[in-house]
Design a binder for this molecule. Structure first.
Ligand code: NAD
Ligand code: ZN
Length: 346
């Protein structure tokens, strides 16, 4: 029986992360122990690495970080009768309460008592993860470990893309980060007419074009209004997915929506932002905030989309052994990568 494991820890209140040796966690009756195979580095992990204001307020020192993972069940608690040792799994990183009105009505993703692995409790950047059986999502063989490791952010993309009906509609995505790029592929796969993605970073727009035939627009040198004309759109976009967290990008989105258009807002603006409400009112726009993903409906849908031919594999631009985590974080901090996957197999 293995007793200790490697794990990536926020050991000190300063920039960086440290590989530590810890005891393999003991599981409870309602838990499973997952032997981690691969993990994805998320923007959240970069906030934790950088020890920014949010991280300082949120992350307890000594926390094992990470929440995007795939692995194999190594041990099953006595109440987890539906799961088996050896099963390949990923899982919902948000741990929900069971008492709120939302949770009791089955709207798990809206539970206000939600806390996250790798943010509030020990996370998945380790060899063995203690995880509630309720949160486990078994994976079909068709989903590789690489893709299994990034289902969490794909879930953000799918949940946002499915919020409004966009079959046959013209869709604008602002922000070609990993989530925006995956969202563009999803939107195309499910049958939007035109899909346009904007960014200020050409490398990321080029990556977006590798995943789908989305129209890419670098807003530093191209006017979005010209693109609308070129595509022969009459008024503007029917649906907007805000995935940059950038104030100018949001302003540009509002400006290019049709009257009665709908915006799903996943991007998290830095601090307080200025919003000109007048065009939002006059255009009767709907703006819906989006957090996480539906538990477990989005998991069902995204696995089905992958099984029906959605290919997001080019979004993984870098792979490292977990030992080389510093290089992986370096690529993410550089701001030009897609997803970076760490391999925990020895
Ligand atoms: P990211 O930071 O990698 O990507 C954001 C992209 O926006 C970058 O490529 C950046 O160059 C681009 N951008 C900057 N200025 C722009 C402008 N003026 N116009 C267009 N694009 C511009 O982030 P990500 O990991 O892909 O996540 C996307 C957003 O969603 C982030 O804001 C993140 O914080 C947020 N997020 C929210 C949730 C949630 O549950 N609500 C979950 C995950 C991520
Ligand atoms: Zn994530």
């Amino acid at each position: 029986m293995i007793e200790t494991m490697k794990c990536l820890v926020k050991s000190k209140p300063e920039t960086g992360l440290w590989m530590e040796e810890r005891s393999v966690p003991e599981i409870g009756d309602d838990d499973v122990l997952i032997r981690i195979a691969k993990t994805g580095i998320c923007g959240t992990d970069i906030h934790i690495w950088n020890w920014d204001e949010w991280a300082q307020k949120t992350i307890p020192i000594g926390l094992i970080i990470g929440h995007e993972f795939v692995g194999e069940i190594a041990e099953v608690g006595c109440n987890a009768k539906n799961l088996k040792v050896g099963q390949r799994v990923s899982g919902e990183s948000h741990l929900i309460g069971r008492q709120s009105r939302q949770s009791r009505a089955g709207r798990f993703h809206l539970d206000p008592e939600t806390h996250g692995i790798g943010v509030n409790v020990d996370g998945a950047f380790c060899e063995y993860l203690k995880f509630p059986a309720f949160n486990v999502v078994p994976l079909p063989d068709a989903i590789t470990d690489d893709i299994g490791a990034i289902l969490d952010p794909l879930g953000n993309a799918v949940h946002t893309a499915l919020l409004f009906d966009l079959v046959g509609e013209d869709v604008l995505i602002t922000g070609a980060g990993p989530i925006g790029i995956m969202a563009a592929a999803v939107v195309q796969h499910i049958g939007a007419r035109h899909t346009v993605i904007t960014d200020v970073n050409q490398q990321r727009l080029d990556l977006a074009a590798k995943l789908s035939d989305v129209v890419t627009v670098n807003v530093t040198d191209t006017d979005l209004r010209d693109v609308i004309k070129t595509l022969d759109m009459k008024q503007g976009f029917d649906v907007g997915l805000e995935m940059s967290g950038n104030e100018q990008a949001f302003e540009q989105m509002v400006e290019s929506m049709i009257t009665g258009g709908r915006i799903a807002m996943l991007g998290i603006p830095k601090g307080v932002s200025t919003v000109d409400w007048t065009p939002i009112v006059f255009k009767s726009l709907t703006i819906q905030g989006v957090y996480g993903r539906q538990i477990f409906e989005t998991w069902y849908k995204m696995i089905a989309l992958l099984e029906s031919g959605l290919d997001i594999s080019p979004i993984i631009t870098h792979r490292f052994s977990a030992e080389d985590f510093e290089e992986g974080f370096g690529e993410m901090i550089g701001g030009n990568s897609g997803k970076v996957v760490l391999d925990w197999n020895n």
